[in-house]
Structure formats: structure tokens, C-alpha cells
Write a protein that binds this ligand. Structure first.
Ligand code: G3P
Ligand code: CA
Length: 239
């Protein structure tokens, strides 16, 4: 079976990384959901991709790291998607964990670039402990130091190593890192059969991002890919 991660929830149907987007993904039967986490000024974990909310609300240009949770919760990020979502705000990680059933694999991406969220790894593990949520969790990041920090706190949590650019032999890099890497998450643009085979030989699953065309999805499946991140709910159902 090829896993289809609902990327930021079902983002074509509801504002990305919001509770309605996750509700839609769950309703579609998504077996895996990906989302991004950041820290507010007062150290609350929130689920959002961008460091500023300007893409969703042109009236704000402050960074999440400069806003308290209560200030963040006053910012509407839904109405720019469509008026039915007016009043929707950035969810906390708590809210997302409470919403998503434990049988869904949650890929939590630590957004640590370009802002470094000091202590985000401890906060994340604390939150997972609060919900006793260590099964069906995959922690990923482009910031591999953040992955190392996670491993030091929670050594058994599976880690996903994200690569935006091509690097030489990422499978060797992952092995030499000494990290508990379960999966390599390469940019879909340069994912090919050879990369997948090398990763498999080292024991890593391969989950490229972001795959939105069915033809490309089928091609990657033929290469033996283990899963993809996708914005398109209609390919969630692939078995
Ligand atoms: O985790 C896969 C993908 O989400 C990484 O890129 O920029 O969409 O967070 P980005
Ligand atoms: Ca992401």
C-alpha cells in the first residue's frame, strides 16, 4: 500500500492546517495527515506552515513568534479561503491531537527554518505525553538538528528527514547521522527510482513531497515509493 499523507489536511477544501481541513481529510478516510508546528511568543505549540499569516490575512504582517496565543487567536485565516470559513484561526497542537483519531498516522513537521524555536522539541514531546500519543507519530524537519534534539528526548520516536535540495547520497547522510530515521522525505522533483532503491537498501522508507498529479503519483508508485504528500484528496483512497 502507498501511503497518501493529506498535506496540511485537505487544503483544497478548507484553509490549510486548520481544524476544518483536518476534519475533511478524516472524512475522506485519510490514513495519514501531515502538518507543521511552530511556537508562539508565549511558547504555545500551534499548527501553521508560514511564519507570518499575511498569505491568509493581508492585514497582519507579524511573525507567529512575535504573537501570543491570544493575539494569534484573534486573527481570521479562514475568510480568504471563502466566507464559509470566516473566523477560523490557527489551531493549537492540542486541538489537532484532540481531533485526530489515534489510528491516523500523524506526520508532525517541526518548522525551525528560518526562525529557530528554542525548546520546540521539548514542548512537542511534552504535548505528545499529555495525550499519551507516541504510536502512529512521525516527526520530520528540514532542520536535522531539531530531529537530533527530538531523539535525545524521545529516543524511540520515528524520524523523517526532509530534503528540499538535492544532496549527494542522502541515504548515506541519514545513516551517518546516527538518528533513528524511519523515512527520507525528498523533494518530489528529484525523486527517481535510483534514489528510492538506495534508500530502501539502507532500510529507509521514501515519502516525497508534494505530489499532486495522478500521473506522477503512478510513476512514483511504479518506482516503489512508500508514500507521498499530496494536496489532492481524490488520491487519498489509493491502496
Ligand atoms: O513534509 C512535507 C512538506 O510539507 C514539506 O514542505 O514547505 O510544504 O512544509 P512544506
Ligand atoms: Ca510541511
Amino acid at each position: 500500500m502507498t501511503l497518501n499523507f493529506a498535506h496540511r489536511g485537505s487544503l483544497t477544501e478548507a484553509p490549510e492546517n486548520t481544524l476544518p481541513a483536518f476534519q475533511k481529510a478524516i472524512a475522506h478516510g485519510a490514513k495519514a495527515i501531515e502538518f507543521d508546528i511552530q511556537l508562539t511568543k508565549d511558547n504555545y505549540l500551534v499548527v501553521c506552515h508560514d511564519h507570518k499569516l499575511t498569505r491568509f490575512n493581508p492585514w497582519t504582517n507579524k511573525r507567529i513568534t512575535d504573537l501570543t496565543l491570544s493575539e494569534l487567536k484573534q486573527i481570521d485565516i479562514g475568510s480568504s479561503f471563502n466566507e464559509n470559513y470566516t473566523g477560523i484561526t490557527v489551531p493549537t497542537l492540542d486541538e489537532v491531537l484532540e481531533l485526530c483519531p489515534k489510528n491516523i498516522l500523524l506526520n508532525i513537521e517541526i518548522k525551525n527554518i528560518p526562525v529557530i524555536y528554542k525548546g520546540i522539541e521539548e514542548q512537542l514531546i511534552h504535548c505528545l505525553s499529555k495525550y499519551n500519543r507516541f504510536e502512529n507519530i512521525l516527526i520530520s524537519s528540514f532542520d536535522h538538528v531539531a530531529l537530533k534534539n527530538v531523539q535525545e528526548i524521545a529516543p524511540t520516536l520515528p524520524l523523517g528527514m526532509l530534503f528540499y535540495y538535492r544532496i549527494l547520497n542522502p541515504w548515506d547522510y541519514a545513516t551517518k547521522s546516527g538518528l533513528n530515521i524511519a523515512s527520507i522525505h525528498p523533494n518530489n522533483v528529484y525523486t527517481d527510482r535510483q534514489l528510492i532503491e538506495h534508500c530502501h537498501n539502507k532500510g529507509y522508507q521514501v515519502y516525497p513531497f508534494t505530489v499532486n498529479k495522478k500521473e506522477r503519483f503512478n510513476e512514483l508508485v511504479a518506482y516503489g515509493v512508500d508514500g507521498v504528500f499530496s494536496n489532492n484528496p481524490e488520491i487519498f483512497s489509493h491502496e
